[in-house]
Design a protein around this ligand. Sequence first.
Ligand code: AOF
Ligand code: ZN
Length: 376
Amino acid sequence: MVVTPEDRRFMAAAIRLSRRHTGLTATNPSVGCLIVKDGVILGSAVTARGGRPHAETQALDLAGEGARGATAYVTLEPCSHYGRTPPCANALVAAGVARVVVCLTDPDPRVSGRGLTILRDAGIEVVSGVLEEEGRRALEAYLMRQMKGRPHVTLKLAVSADGMIGRRDAGQVAITGPVSRAQVHALRAEIDAILVGIGTAIADDPELTVRLPGLEERSPVRIVLDRQLRLPLTSKLVRSARDVPVIVVAAGSAEGDFAPDVSISDENLRRQHLTQAGVEILAADDLSSLLTQLADRGLSSLLVEGGASVARAFLDAGLVDRILLFQGKGVIGADGIESPVTAHDIPKAYKPVRRMRFGTDTCCDYEREFECLRVS
Ligand code: AOF
Ligand code: ZN
């Protein structure tokens, strides 16, 4: 199986293309596909918003008759199952492509190697594992949900020069500047769900939406850990619940982490009011049962935005895959709320993969390696 520099170049382009719809295709992964003949791209597509049509059938449509004898570059093994659309592997065979170059095999049990078998059985040359590492990064949220049964979790922290993430009883405090804030909004646009604790929801009254021109409709599902159902009906979250979904996570049973300490009748009333306002209430005993439920709904990526105790709970439970540490220049001082982690005490399991500068702030991206996400 010969992999040429041209193969790597076109696969890199397919991966870049796939990222365009990251966060918009749940419950499907966002896949990129190019149809190339004699060095010319005849068709290119990314999985459509909402997950269908898949990338390959769109790219084949664009290439038309030109697909005969061409090479298809696909970031994920073409599917082999009859879902809401027929298998992409069959479409590639029918179009007469000569060669299919794939980044990763698909861990979805309905596919899992069968797509490649359909192609090989039809006499198509199949090359798999091209730019696998880059493809794995682009699809890590999908891989995490398929292989670990939970969403990929990013913890975002904005820390002052003296290691604080806020000021006691002060509501929202500006720790980082406008460029960092825009970056956080861009990050929100790429993820399926965003989560805060009730302390942050009450103190900051955040909206947790994407407020970047052109990307507003990419707001993720908003989740509040709120065992006593204290989220105010007047909060921005509740008031916008009919436009962008809000899930409040209440206690599952009296034994759990989020066990309620209010009377049942009180809780029932709050439950009723929140539900009437369009908020969904989910019961979960602990963080891992919550994450399982989110994955079962097809949510593949979660951004944890605060506060300190929620961040600490995710870290302690070993449920953080990536830490994005924004570091501002300002000092908060005596009544600051200490960050659960700073640049000096990042747990050993996390390795810095990128350092960025946003205005006067810096941002370090730490990742934890998951061997189990290697699929081939
Ligand atoms: C592809 N190309 O662009 C994507 C694929 O619910 P369905 O029928 O749409 O199938 C979802 C599964 O299809 C998903 O779990 C994954 O295995 C695959 N996604 N496959 O050939 C694509 N997005
Ligand atoms: Zn498909």
